[in-house]
Each structure stands twice: as structure tokens, then as C-alpha cells.
Design a binder for this molecule. Structure first.
Ligand code: SF4
Length: 94
């Protein structure tokens, strides 16, 4: 029987530990392009997002530490899911 054991990568940031692997999903209808997530993520270090055509997109998923700070920054709740990043099946934003 195959093992279902999952390898996780732990990253440290802000004096805390996070399980790396999930990236934010951005609802393009709810995003109003305010850039709060872009600026906060850049300020905190990972710098995962860019504004493209007025909508936040995950352009550097490999930088994401999955801390969820962007979810808290979004005034419209456009970021309400984090999902596992699969390089072989990147999100539409890429
Ligand atoms: S904080 Fe929310 S509304 Fe603002 S750019 Fe990011 S996803 Fe869009």
C-alpha cells in the first residue's frame, strides 16, 4: 500500500513558522485593483503579486510562504482561498 505521508517545507518568518506550499487564489471579479495585497506582500518580503491590467495576480508563486497576510489585507475578500501550488499546473495568473 502506498504511503500517504506528505512532505512539508517549514519556513520561518516574522518569528513564526509556516507550512510552505499554498498560494493565494484571487477572485478576479471581486478584485478592485487597490494593490493592498501587492504592497503588503512586497513590504513583508515574499513579493508574490503584481497588478496586471488592474487585477492582482500571483506572478512569483515560488516566493509564497503561505502566511495568508494578503487575505487579511484585501478589503473585498477577493483572496479567500489558499491552494496547493503545483508547478506543473500553474494558476491562470501565470
Ligand atoms: S487587496 Fe484584494 S482588491 Fe486589492 S488588489 Fe489585492 S486582491 Fe485586489
Amino acid at each position: 500500500m502506498a504511503s500517504k505521508e506528505k512532505k512539508v517545507e517549514i519556513v520561518e518568518a516574522f518569528g513564526r513558522q509556516f507550512v510552505k506550499g499554498n498560494i493565494p487564489e484571487i477572485n478576479g471579479v471581486r478584485c478592485m485593483g487597490c494593490g493592498h495585497c501587492v504592497q503588503l506582500c512586497k513590504k513583508l518580503g515574499p513579493n508574490v503579486f503584481d497588478l496586471i491590467d488592474g487585477i492582482a495576480k500571483v506572478t512569483r508563486p515560488e516566493n509564497c510562504i503561505s502566511d495568508g497576510a494578503c487575505m487579511m489585507a484585501c478589503p473585498t475578500k477577493a483572496i479567500f482561498l489558499m491552494s496547493l501550488y503545483d508547478p506543473s499546473s500553474p494558476p491562470n495568473a501565470l
